[in-house]
Design a protein around this ligand. Sequence first.
Ligand SMILES: [Zn+2]
Ligand SMILES: [Zn+2]
Length: 96
Amino acid sequence: MEFDGKHCIECNGTEFQMVNDSILKRKYPFVRGDNLKLCVECGAKYITCDNCGNLFTRVHLSNQVPGITDTCPNCKKKMDQVSQWIKHGIESFGNI
Ligand SMILES: [Zn+2]
Ligand SMILES: [Zn+2]
């Protein structure tokens, strides 16, 4: 299943609610109080696109750099903060 920004990549669910997660906020600079959503079905968390409001990329405490994408699957807009984070992560982990 390809992530389209509207369905949960884990369970294909379409119901999401805003959440505030202080641990994810501390871990990821691009997670804010107003852009994190939780899949009601399975609990997967996603940040939302500032441009179109669809799901942008999944965030998880154990996410490694390749699991995070910096381009919205719906409107194709890039989020600079995410691109920066991926770049730094690749430099520090030395993988991919
Ligand atoms: Zn789900
Ligand atoms: Zn978008």
